[in-house]
Design a protein around this ligand. Structure first.
Ligand code: SAM
Length: 247
C-alpha cells in the first residue's frame, strides 16, 4: 500500500510538491496501487455513466495530482477544473488534459471565486490527509457543491480491510492508516453529506500472492470484483469509491 512520506506526514499538503515526475510510474510499479488505480477508473466511468448519462456541466477535481482522475472526469463535463498545491503534479496534469483548466491553489486556505460544481471528485486524498486537513477540504468542497451535485471520492487506506488486518498480524501494516468506513461516514455526515453509493474494490484480497496472481484486467479479477462487489463488503475492502450528496 502506498504511504505518504513519514518525514512529511505532519502536513499532507507538502507530500507531493516534488513528486510529479515520478507519481504515475510509482503507481504503476506497485501491484496494489496499480490494481486499485485500474478499478478506480473503471468504476468511476461506470458510475458517471449511470448518474449522468448526458454528462455534467461543471466538474472540479480536488487534489487532482497528475490528472489521473481528471482525465476521466473531463470527458463527462462541459467544463472541468483541477486544483492541487503541487506545481510538479500539475505540470503533468496539464500535459494530459488540454481541455481542463488547472489551478495551483489550496482551497482550504484561499477562497477564489471558482463557482459551483455539479460534480466534485477527490481521489487518494482523504485516506492520506490528517483529520484537520480532511475537515478543511470538506468545508471547501461542500461550499462549492451545487444543490443537486455529487461528490465522488475514494478511500484506499482502510485499516479494517482484510488485507490490512493480516498485515497487522505479520507486523507489515502501516500504522498511519485510520480512515475506516464508519469514520469516513461520520466525517461526511459532520459536513452535511450523505453516502448514496459505495463501490468496494478488492474485498477478496487478503494476501499479496493472490493479488500478484490477479492482474487488474484479467478475467479472474473481473470475476472476483463481481462476486465481492456488494456494498455490504465496503467496510472490509482495502479501497472503496464513495458517492455522496448533500444530506
Ligand atoms: C496521492 S495524490 C492523488 C492525486 C490524484 N487525485 C490521484 O488520485 O492520482 C494526493 C494529492 O493531494 C494534493 N494535495 C494535498 N493537499 C492539498 C490541498 N490542500 N489542496 C489541493 N491538493 C492537495 C497533493 O499535492 C497530491 O497531488
Amino acid at each position: 500500500m502506498s504511504n505518504p512520506d513519514p518525514a512529511l506526514i505532519e502536513d499532507y499538503r507538502q507530500s507531493h510538491l516534488g513528486k510529479g515526475g515520478q507519481y504515475d510510474a510509482n503507481l504503476a510499479a506497485q501491484p496494489f496501487d496499480n490494481y486499485m488505480a485500474a478499478w478506480e477508473r473503471r468504476h468511476l466511468e461506470e458510475i458517471l455513466w449511470s448518474i449522468a448519462p448526458g454528462g455534467v456541466g461543471r466538474a472540479l477535481d480536488f487534489a487532482c495530482g497528475t490528472g489521473r482522475i481528471t482525465e476521466t472526469v473531463a470527458t463527462f463535463a462541459r467544463e472541468s477544473i483541477g486544483v492541487d498545491v503541487s506545481p510538479t503534479m500539475l505540470e503533468i496534469a496539464r500535459s494530459k488534459c488540454p481541455a481542463t483548466r488547472f489551478e495551483l491553489v489550496d482551497l482550504t486556505s484561499a477562497d477564489p471565486d471558482v463557482g459551483q460544481f455539479d460534480l466534485i471528485t477527490s481521489f487518494r486524498f482523504f485516506g492520506n490527509a490528517q483529520d484537520a486537513l480532511r475537515d478543511a477540504a470538506l468545508d471547501a468542497i461542500v461550499r462549492r457543491l451545487a444543490a443537486n451535485g455529487r461528490f465522488i471520492l475514494n478511500s484506499h487506506r482502510n485499516p479494517r480491510a482484510l488485507y490490512a488486518r493480516l498485515q497487522q498480524l505479520t507486523g507489515a501494516a502501516d500504522s498511519g492508516m485510520d480512515l475506516h468506513l464508519p469514520k469516513l461516514r461520520a466525517l461526511l455526515g459532520k459536513h452535511g453529506l450523505r453516502i448514496v453509493l459505495l463501490r468496494p474494490i478488492g474485498a477478496w484480497m487478503f494476501r499479496d500472492r493472490l493479488m500478484l496472481d490477479t492482474p487488474a484486467d484479467s478475467a479472474r479479477a473481473r470475476r472476483f470484483e463481481a462476486l465481492f462487489g456488494g456494498s455490504w463488503l465496503a467496510p472490509i475492502a482495502p479501497d472503496v469509491i464513495v458517492v455522496a450528496s448533500h444530506a
